[in-house]
Ligand binder design. Structure first.
Ligand SMILES: Cc1ncc(COP(=O)(O)O)c(C=O)c1O
Length: 380
């Protein structure tokens, strides 16, 4: 019996490195985890307390497929408080992580064989989910000369039919952000050509050179994806959301009912309280800022001196071509010889990723300092 072509998507190498790092730890070796983009902190205190209350007092059955109304309103309140943008709760859809949002969004707007453009390097699950759904990723190669972000000009240079564009700002793996002028031009380009614009805003709230502006301030026609995983430090709770144009709410509701029934109830109870925890969450961001400063200073001293600017998120994408043309082997050796787990660039860029690695600095500051110390010794 055969396995479907859909099942033959590429692995997520960061998770494979994590598996190898965990095996090393289980065998008694020490590991500094810099491979996975996961905060080292738990969910905020208010969220945990709300979850405990819900576990004790609520039935925690299925909820509405689009999410509980109080959480949808709380998310609308978040946009008002943090971005000054009014978003009707009816256009907000709670999902099983942003991963669930991508699946629903792609299914809702693209038919099999349609084509969506996205930057490379980029988050690998975009193209892997699309491949599983029979949607064709169209690569926009971006490098340091583009600050690793697409522009309207690059989009116009693409050949063949196109049905959508996916943006991420701040981006994974580079941390770079799209400036306001470029974003406005991309919104206009998409509107003019009738392209769906999907914007991954999962790293909003984690920025180092001024806040990231939501595309919702520019248009109601974009599909915006966000999550409780990163700024809210709730990866394992598997909760995200999207904001969609009104005409997409009902089709996505039907898909969500059938694919997921509802997002997890206990996580929804917890997440509503996460909006009371901005102080705790901003303290996490202050720690990421310290980690970032430590690495931006320490990595060049250890021989990693070609680094993407890291405007936001918690990643540093490093060009390691002076050491290797096989980033996967380089990461394996780094883990074996230093105990530092990082992700090979091939996860994010199939063409040039063999020359890059991604450091995640979401962990403890002491681990970052120790990583720099070990890398300096390793480089020697
Ligand atoms: C850019 C980006 N988008 C989406 C996700 C998926 O996050 P989740 O499904 O936990 O919301 C990640 C996870 O690392 C990411 O880096």
């Amino acid at each position: 019996m055969k396995i479907s072509r859909r099942g033959v998507v590429a692995p997520f190498h960061a998770m494979e490195v994590m598996k190898a790092a965990n095996e090393r730890a289980a065998a008694g070796g020490d590991v500094l985890h810099m491979e996975v983009g996961q905060p080292a902190t738990p969910a905020p205190r208010q969220a945990i307390e709300a979850a405990v209350r819900a576990l004790r007092s609520e039935q925690l059955g299925y909820t509405e497929a689009l999410g509980v109304p109080s959480l949808r309103s709380a998310i609308a309140g978040h946009y008002r408080a943090r971005s000054g943008v009014a978003v009707p709760p009816e256009r907000i859809i709670v999902t099983t992580g942003s991963s669930g949002a991508f699946l629903l969004a792609f299914l809702a707007v693209f038919d099999v064989g349609e084509r969506m453009a996205m930057a490379e390097p980029g988050y690998p699950a975009y193209r892997n989910i699309m491949a599983a759904l029979g949607i064709e990723p169209v690569v926009l190669p971006v490098g340091p000369e583009h600050r690793f972000q697409p522009s309207a000009e690059l989009l116009r240079g693409l050949k063949g039919p196109l049905h959508g564009l996916l943006l991420a700002s701040p981006a994974n793996p580079t941390g770079t952000m799209i400036d306001a002028t470029t974003l406005t031009a991309l919104v206009c380009e998409c509107a003019g050509r009738g392209l769906w614009l999907i914007v991954d805003e999962i790293y909003h709230g984690i920025t180092y050179r001024g806040p990231a502006e939501t595309v919702l301030a520019l248009t109601d026609d974009a599909i915006v994806v966000n999550s409780f995983s990163k700024y809210f430090s709730m990866t394992g709770w598997r909760l995200g959301w999207m904001v969609v144009p009104e005409r997409l709410v009902r089709p996505i509701e039907r898909l969500a009912q059938n694919l997921f029934i509802s997002p997890p109830a206990v996580s929804q109870a917890a997440a509503a309280a996460a909006f009371l925890a901005y102080d705790e969450l901003d303290a996490n961001v202050a720690r990421y800022a310290r980690n970032r400063a430590l690495l931006l200073e320490g990595l060049p001293a250890a021989g990693f001196d070609r680094l993407a600017p890291a405007d936001g998120a918690f990643y540093i994408y490093a060009d390691v071509s002076r050491y290797t043309v096989d980033s996967q082997d380089f990461c394996r050796r780094m883990l074996a010889e230093t105990g530092i787990a990082v992700t090979p660039g091939i996860d994010f860029d199939r063409c040039h990723g063999h020359r890059f690695v991604r450091f995640s600095f979401a962990g403890a500051t002491a681990d970052m300092a120790e990583a720099v110390r070990r890398l300096k010794a390793w480089a020697k």
